[in-house]
Design a protein around this ligand. Sequence first.
Ligand code: FAD
Length: 243
Amino acid sequence: MAKALKLAVIGRGLIGSAAARHLCKMGHDVALIGPTEPADYSRHSGVFGSHYDEGRITRVLDSHPFWRRANCAAISRYGEITAESGVDFYREVGVLHVGPCDNSDVASVGKVAAEAEILCEEYSDAALAERFPFLKSTTGARGYFEPRNAGYISPRRLVRAQTIAAQRAGSRLIDEPALQISESGSGVKIRTRSTTVEAERVLVAAGGHTPSLLGQSLGFKVYGRTRIPTSCRPSPIRTARRG
Ligand SMILES: Cc1cc2nc3c(=O)[nH]c(=O)nc-3n(C[C@H](O)[C@H](O)[C@H](O)COP(=O)(O)OP(=O)(O)OC[C@H]3O[C@@H](n4cnc5c(N)ncnc54)[C@H](O)[C@@H]3O)c2cc1C
């Protein structure tokens, strides 16, 4: 193994908690710095995360080969993370891609699935209604159902699982926000309310709070988004089917 490093990971969301687990398992000395979800949002005035809920769609199918590989790699590790933490967070209930029959995005789902050899069941109109009786209107609709390696995760529970697994692999948890990062001769100093962490390197994974913590813009524009395709046609809806 390469030389073990003293590392800090700031941010205990989906990215930071996973990074801490991997870095510990690689033999590094890791401090994971980030607060638990606030108990009362209305009284909370500090940092926030985008994983404080129970549903994230997960699936292999994607038009881009890189994301298909990344999705496969991530999903194949769910069992390992549950075994390492004792926390269950994934439901393999499948994912339904559905939209109007004449929509090219919908047709492309079937094409990608066939090319990438991903098992997908195709349904339209009455067959779609029969297979998924909870859909209100299926006239003129087509759906592709991806039954394996697809469903939903609880992001809240996944963060808990990754944190426990990271701690079991040796990570130190500091359950507070980082207030300041400063460079020192040999690395960085990270100040929290109750302590100062010294590390050779730091990974900042504080989601939307990352630029303010670093004191510089990362060049991303932050904005609210409702997904509307440029052509303004209805886009296929991806929904994880509850079992
Ligand atoms: C409503 C919604 C639906 C989504 N649906 C999907 C989906 O279906 N499938 C999918 O794959 N993705 C989905 N996403 C995207 C996915 O949730 C995000 O990409 C992911 O949560 C980002 O993870 P992150 O770790 O970068 O950031 P976050 O989850 O935001 O975590 C950042 C963490 O940093 C912490 N932090 C902030 N400031 C500091 C500080 N100063 N010091 C220490 N810690 C700090 C926060 O407390 C938080 O815990 C959705 C997102 C939202 C909001």
